[in-house]
Design a protein around this ligand. Structure first.
Ligand SMILES: [Zn+2]
Length: 135
């Protein structure tokens, strides 16, 4: 399996952290369940993307900090500042969703590499096997 791209290039292009080729997102907000190239399982378990919320929060704060500071120092009405911030976050939500998940996948893959989707199914079936034999 070729690894032509660097990890940073794969992250910036929204590619699989394992093979760096397959697309993580099929459209702006629709994720692929697994990598089409190497079969890496993108959603390891239920609630796996909870960690992406931390990145989403951080990106939202980072994007809003400077504009909000400018509005506050320009003595703009606080209701306008809060309204503009809320509107901005509403418009930016699809991109925050997408990039927080991409960064989370790459971050998590660094510490705990993504399993293969087929291997995970086998493991889940193996785990159920003893329960079936007992009944
Ligand atoms: Zn892949």
């Amino acid at each position: 399996m070729p690894r032509a791209r660097s990890a940073t290039a794969a992250l910036l292009r929204g590619r699989c952290p394992r093979c760096r080729e397959g697309r993580i997102f099929a459209s702006l907000v629709r994720m692929a369940p697994a990598c089409a190239v190497c079969g890496a399982d993108f959603e390891r378990e239920q609630g796996y993307f909870l960690g992406a919320m931390y990145f989403s929060y951080g990106f939202g704060v980072a994007l809003l900090a400077a504009p909000v500071a400018v509005l506050i120092f320009a003595d703009v009405d606080m209701r306008v500042t809060v309204g503009a911030s809320a509107l901005f976050l509403l418009v930016a939500a699809p991109w925050l969703f997408r990039w927080s998940r991409i960064v989370w996948l790459h971050f998590d893959h660094r510490f705990d590499p993504l399993p293969d989707r087929a291997a995970r199914k086998l493991t889940a079936e193996d785990a159920r096997e003893p329960a079936r034999t007992r009944t």
